[in-house]
Every structure is written in C-alpha cells, then in structure tokens.
Design a protein around this ligand. Sequence first.
Ligand code: SF4
Length: 570
Amino acid sequence: MIKGYIPSTKKETDDLGWKKPDVVIVTGDAYIDHPYFQTASAGRFLNSKGFRTAMLDMPDISKDEDWKKFGRPALFFLVVSGKEDSMAMNYTAFKKFRSTDPYIPGGQRTHRPDRAVIRYCNKLKEFYKDVPVILAGPEAVCRMTTHYDYWTDKLRKPILFDSKADMVLFGNIEHNLVKICELIKSGQRLSDIRKLNGTAYISKEVPEIKSFIKLPSHEKMEKDSNFLSAHHMAVHRNQNPYRSNVMIQKVLDRFLVIHKAQLPLDESETDEIFGMGFKRKAHPKYKHEIPILKFIEDVFITHRGCLNDRSVSQELFTEGKFISSRSNEHIRKEVIHFIKSKEYNKTIKLFGLPYFNHYLVGVGNQKECSECDRLSCTLPDLCKNIKTRNGEIIRIIEGFDKFPNVRNNFYAGKPDMKLLLSDKEMYKDFLTNRNDGKVELSVESFSAPVRKLMGLDDEESILKDVKFLVKRAGEYGKKINFEASVTTGFPGQTDGEVDLNIKSLKDLAIGTGDVNNFIPLPLTLASVLYYTGTDPVTEDTTEVDKKLSIMKTHNEWYKKTRKGHKEKRA
Ligand code: SF4
C-alpha cells in the first residue's frame, strides 16, 4: 500500500522510482483522496495490490504536455470523466453553460471538455495508439449502450463505438481492475478478457455463449424509438445479479456484449476497498479549495449500492444493485483515525448514496430475488424479502458518542422513508439523536400521476409518511426543520401539479428543500419517457412538453416559497 497520495505529478512517480506506471487513471475532477471518488478507491486498490497506478487529473486537451506527463503505462489507461457526466457538469438543465464546478480547485469551471470521455480517449489514441483504454464512471457506464442524449435531443451509439476505447467497467470496479491487471501481466491481451461480469466490450461476431438477451439493435431504435422502452427495461432489470444474463446488441456491423451484473461485495471485500488509508483530503498540490470537500470532509461512507431503481436513478449502473456494506470495526477504525487528525471538528457523519439507511440492508432469500422483476425493493412498498440490521446500526453509531470531544454524531444525506418508517427504534433514534436539526425528505412531487411516472409510491402514501414523521418528531419534543426536495420539468408535470405541491408543503408545514431541475440523464427510465412520451414501465403514454420556459416558471414558483434557493442538478 502506498503511504502518501496516489502519485499525480511526475516528481512523485520519479521519487517512487517508477520508470513508468502500470496504469494511469485519467479524470476530469481534481484528485481528492477520499473513497467518495471511484478514481481514488480504484487507484489506491490497484496500488495496494502492487500495480503502480498514477493519477492524471484535470488534463487539458489543448496541452499535449499534460498527456505526456507519465508517458506510456505498462498495462492500460483507465478513463473516468468525473463524478458526473461531463455534459451535466458543463450545462444546466436549461442548457446554459455552467460557470462553476464543485470538483475542481477554486470551483470555477476551467477545461473539463464536453463529452470528456470521448475527448480524453481521442487524445490518448493520438499519443498511445496501441495502449488499451478502459472506461468507468457515470458518463461511460450510463452511455455503455444506446442512450438518449438530452443535449442533442438524439439517440447516441454505445460509447465504446464513439470513443474507440476497449472496455467499460460497471458496478464495483476495483476487483475487476485488479483481475484485468493480473491477466494482462500473465500474458493475456485485454481483447482476450471476455468473461468478467461487470464488463462490456465490442465483438466482431456474436460470441459463443449458450444463452443471452438479444437487445434491439441501435439502428432499429433509431428508426423506431418504440423499441427504446423494451431496451431500457431489459438493461435495467438485468442489473439484478441474481437473474442477470449476458446482453448482446448489434450496432452497425458489430456487437456490443454486456456481461452479467456482479453480486454485491461481501463485508471483507468492501472493507478492503474502504480501508486503504485514504487521506480524506485533496492532493496538496492544489492552491485553491475544492468546493465538494466541505461536504465530504467529515463524512464516513458506510456502504455502496442501489435498492431503488427510480426513474431518474443512475446509481444502479455505477454502484450495482443491492448493498455492499462495511463492517462496524472498519468504520470505527477510520473514525478513530480521523478524530486524531487536524481536520477533526467534533463532527462525525455517516453517509451513503443515495440513502444513508441502506447500510447493512440485505436480502433474505436470493432465490426469490432471482425470480423477481421489481425495479425497486423499497418502493412502492417495502419488499418482505428485505432484511435490515437496524439495531446493530444504532449500536454502531451510539458507540461513536463515547469518542473524545464528539459534539455531532449523525447521518448525512436523505433517508429511504419506507425503510426508516418500518422500524420504530430506527426512526426514533434518527429523529431524537441522529440529525443536525434539518431533515431533507425525498418527495419530488405530491401528484399521483407524476409520482407514478417517477417510479415512486402514490401520493396518499407519501403524505401519510411525511405526516407520520413530522408528528413523531413533535411527540419526541424535537424541533426539526423538515424540508422536501421537489423536481421541476418532469414529463407530465403541469402548473396545477406544482400548485398542488406548493399547497401540500404549506399544509404539512414543511419547507422547500432542493429544487431539482429535471435532466433526462442517459440510460435512466425517465430519459425514455422524455424522449418517446411512453413510460417504459407501464407503457402508458404522456404528453411531454419540452419547453424549458415551463421548468423555469415552476422553478420560480418554488423559489418564492423559500429563501436561499440554489439551482440543483436533477
Ligand atoms: S425479491 Fe424483494 S429484495 Fe429481492 S429483488 Fe425482488 S424486491 Fe428486491
């Protein structure tokens, strides 16, 4: 394991005595050594297994010297355009240029190019034509098959065709990266590695595989977008690893092969990834602060994974279906280490995306999952096959109260309401002890038809849940500032529905939280709805008014309901 940061300057690789790295990770973000970033966890994991890995952060495509910094790696390049899709990073939902970027020093947008994956790959092929390139991260993973692109209002081909890269890794990438390094070191070529779950590649022929799912060809969907629904539903349902199969899609005269989804990591595998001595800070070479740091500096990530494939979710592809959780012991170790550091500010926050209370959530009978085609395990209601260990979590977090000088010890992020309300001990503990006085609830809309299109529970259910939580907080004598996140611009949302939402918030006496301006991100089910007007889940049709002025008006309406509103990405 390397003691310092992953080398991200030539001096650092020279100081380590590396003639050349085995792997170079290219990222559009600054390098923050925190497990919140897949680039940091991948880089640390590879280095811990003896594969010399360097970080080429924020390269400028107009500066050749940036691309020559580490020279030719012995094994491959890994390209991750950043924590988010570069188009979503560079443009607002209103298709306006963003001037800020939370992932780079100073927070001002500089040189992250549009379609960064493709631009970075072009640059690598210019200098290192014969070095394999592997893709990971949201931009690559959610564009790995035919997808809708909001910024051109068109379907685009799988990204391997446009980028000329060799492979996409989806789900948990760290163990696959190590396997690939080992196989290449043992003499195989990347093009020989064809059986790893969680990988996608292009083949000239249909591979000899006993059974596979045939996806509609790219050209067929371009001609008739009705096939997009079936395509997206197959790709989404196939992420359930207990019923996953290989998928093959014809694109031009070649074939995209998407391997099966991976099983969630077990506890020791998860611990191994998160326990690699992250500095939890930005690399010291940066002169300016990186805005995202203030949100993650006292945050301890407890798990990864996705249980709810809501219509706007991309986590299914980037984190994998089902939850990979760390052990209590490993989280404690990390917290103790942090408490001894200069950065400790008497606050500890336990966190996981998209919901903090998915920690230690597993399934009972895997056979049931193998026969299940539900997109979400907690919506519209909690599946009986979901198994929680809430008592254990409460004991874990209570344990941190005893650490020296702890003033705040709570969860960060949003709760999964159905899970939270399923256990009195858990919601009581959350409301009384484990929040910072402000609780943001993921509501998005109170309108029945819109909630259905969003893949959420019905309006009666959400109203009941919110009321229940607010009432319990009152009974426990807690003054909590409840806020609800809402979405503007979602297909089917009318003026009347936004009025209803504002009225409901007022009746419930809760504030307007994040206002998410809807962006139909690649490979989401909502992108199909937006592009075709058909809900891929129910096949019901909806009129989609794409005028941005409507979203703008609704945004203004919400803005008026509260102070300090800031535009948020959907
Ligand atoms: S059986 Fe339940 S836990 Fe398993 S996949 Fe289906 S909804 Fe999820």
